[in-house]
Design a protein around this ligand. Structure first.
Ligand SMILES: [Fe+2]
Ligand SMILES: [Fe+2]
Length: 302
């Protein structure tokens, strides 16, 4: 396929497949975006896995284990997409271990209470669903198809988070206060999660030109607010932004900007360093499993 036919395919909203010829700019943009997503799924599972021993009941423990397993599974699916685009699995994992991988930096933060575990599902996965739902129409075929399975499972993550928060909100005053305190942090985290404003996001423009990204950061943030502001009020929580207001004439929300630089130094956080150490140790400890499943290492007689 020539570059011209690549452009014709893109213009006709046809999918680009791994064996199609594609310009280097497209491959690099896709690789950057999909590595970011795959790394986010894998690194994002760790802070939640840390909370499994502290789940307050067997039911909640089972639900959290299932969620963590899903997230790692999403990482595995996306690692295959990344491999097809030209980055080996070994390199992908090495980048995480060398602390070079880029991912949603919210996962570097400490999760301080059980309510934080509910918030990551309700608000965090809820926000991600807004973005990932649109990516079912992304131009790169394997990624768009992966989104169908992933979004389906993210809906379960959202529901378990909502159920956890709703349960706490029906509990004692101390439990409701814990939720409000957690929400005061997660509101800003969710707002940051969509990325900088469109006017400041150069990567976003490139991705949108290639139809790898379907809606802009500001459009997605607005869609999130449309859905979540009524849900938050119904939950009985107070939004920590007094300026938040729906502008009827523009059909969009006015809000106080989150601090987009909040995670600039997230790699120096003790929680990030602790998780990195855990990842490196796990890679080392589980090395024998990798060596065992490498077919070349199985003696011929077996
Ligand atoms: Fe996920
Ligand atoms: Fe999720």
């Amino acid at each position: 396929m020539t570059v011209e036919s690549f452009e014709a395919k893109l213009a006709a909203d046809k999918k680009i497949e791994p064996n199609d010829e594609m310009p280097d700019e497209y491959r690099n943009a896709a690789l950057r975006m999909m590595k970011f997503h795959a790394s986010s799924e894998i690194v994002g599972a760790i802070p939640e896995a840390e909370w499994i021993p502290y789940a307050p009941s067997l039911f909640r423990k089972r639900v959290l284990i299932a969620k963590v397993q899903d997230e790692v599974g999403h990482g595995q699916i996306l690692m295959r997409v990344v491999e097809d685009l030209g980055c080996s699995r070994e390199q992908f994992i090495q980048d995480i271990l060398d602390d070079k991988a880029k991912y949603l930096t919210v996962f570097d933060e400490e999760y301080e209470s059980w309510a934080d575990i509910g918030m990551i599902g309700w608000l965090g996965d809820g926000a991600e669903i807004e973005r990932q739902h649109t990516l079912k129409d992304a131009s790169y075929g394997p990624y768009a198809r992966a989104m169908h399975k992933i979004v389906y499972e993210e809906a379960f993550h959202y529901s378990q988070g909502r159920d956890l928060i709703a349960t706490l909100m029906q509990g004692t005053k101390a439990q409701r206060d814990m939720v409000q305190e957690s929400f005061n942090k997660w509101w800003w985290r969710a707002m940051v999660l969509f990325g900088p404003h469109d006017s400041e996001s150069t990567h976003s423009k490139v991705l949108m030109n290639f139809k790898l990204k379907i809606k802009s950061n500001d459009e997605l943030r607005n869609l999130f607010l449309n859905k979540f502001v009524p849900r938050i009020k119904k939950m009985g929580l107070e939004i920590p932004d007094q300026t938040l207001q729906y502008d009827e004439s523009k059909g969009s929300w006015k809000y106080k900007d989150p601090d987009f630089t909040i995670y600039k130094n997230s790699k120096s956080l003790p929680s990030h360093q602790r998780r990195l150490k855990f990842l490196r140790q796990s890679y080392e400890t589980n090395g024998w499993v990798r060596r065992l499943v490498e077919l070349d290492n199985i003696p011929k007689a077996l």
